[in-house]
Ligand binder design. Structure first.
Ligand code: UTP
Length: 312
């Protein structure tokens, strides 16, 4: 690093604001998970025994987040109820002497007053959902977690990009590498010079054809964004799928602010897709001492049966 670059970095860090709030949008329709999502939010689908949205909350709290803003929508009231005490249930568990279970349920709740719920009246897209959180977030940088992306690794993905944010400030996104032939399924970033534990982002393109993709690094659903994104989202025209796209507003923000990316050390499961949801259940079950053995035996048996059928 040259002396000038060092000075710029020190100045930037000197003016860096702490990331205290996280936005978790949960207002999407979840059409890839029909019919289950006809009457149940996809964010409440369980991975082993915890709903998908709980993993995002745990990850946010692990990264030091103090307040969580949920952007909810129609048929999502069950999510708000989930993050509440349940006196009847606690009473029944108390009578049964299940003190440990009560403690474990309570440990999953964010602190009283540390959550807010706002409404996206219609699912106009992720960018629109994030914009709905503008008044609650205010004029400070914030984290954004897409809850159907479930982080699996030693540390949560948000904690990792928080490290990079402390080194760079600006806007930070988490990325992973996809099959170079499948860039048309993801938001892809261009890779610039390495900075700290990540690299500078040189471009952001939504679902580029493999021949046009600037790299195979895709945005995996974790972001730290500066509040100026809200003004841009407020004027953002509808993009792909007729929806207000977050990536389109981030591209506009990149004209005046730096973006950095950090490759995630673990892996993210896309629990909004059937394959990702099943893989997440297997991965988390195999980490659980109480069920690992029986799940592994069952998988081995099923694979052997399938091999037998294929061979016959
Ligand atoms: P997805 O891109 O997975 O969209 O949203 P979706 O509508 O929920 O699901 P499919 O594609 O129809 O199956 C990523 C996250 O953003 C939220 C979703 O709830 C999900 O957590 N979201 C998406 C909103 O809050 N509002 C929207 O308008 C769109």
């Amino acid at each position: 690093m040259t002396k000038d670059e060092e000075t710029i970095l020190i100045e930037r860090i000197g003016t860096m604001k702490k990331v205290r709030k996280a936005v978790i949008p949960v207002a999407g329709l979840g059409t890839r998970f029909l019919p289950a999502t006809k009457s149940m939010p996809k964010e409440m689908l369980p991975v082993v025994d915890k709903p998908v949205v709980q993993y995002a909350v745990d990850e946010a709290l692990e990264a030091g987040i103090e307040h969580i803003v949920f952007v909810t929508g129609r048929n999502k009231a069950v999510i708000e109820d989930y993050f509440d005490l349940h006196p009847e249930l606690v009473g029944t568990l108390e009578q049964a002497g299940k003190v440990e279970q009560i403690k474990s349920l309570e440990s999953l709740l964010p602190a009283p007053g540390a959550t807010s719920f706002t409404r996206q009246q219609a699912p106009h897209g992720l960018g629109h959902a994030v914009w709905c959180a503008r008044d609650i977030v205010g004029d400070e940088p914030f984290a954004l977690l897409l809850p159907d992306m479930v982080s699996f690794g030693k540390r949560g993905c948000l904690a990792e990009i928080m490290d990079l944010y402390e080194q760079t400030s600006g806007n930070v996104i988490a990325v992973e590498q996809c099959d170079p032939n499948e860039t048309n399924k993801y938001g892809i970033v261009g890779k610039g010079p390495e900075v700290g534990t990540g690299f500078e982002v040189t471009a952001m393109v939504e679902k580029p054809a493999p021949a046009k993709a600037p790299s195979n690094y895709y945005i995996n659903g974790r972001y730290i964004l500066q509040p100026e994104i809200f003004q841009l989202l407020g004027t953002q025209k509808r993009g792909a799928g007729g929806e207000i796209q977050l990536t389109d507003a981030m591209v506009r923000l990149a004209a005046s602010q730096a973006f950095f990316a950090r490759p995630f050390q673990g892996r993210m499961f896309d629990c909004g897709s059937k394959e990702g949801f099943i893989q997440a259940n297997v991965a988390f079950a195999l980490k659980r001492a109480d069920i690992r053995g029986s799940v592994l035996d069952a998988i081995r048996e099923m694979v052997a049966e399938q091999d037998h059928v294929v061979a016959a």
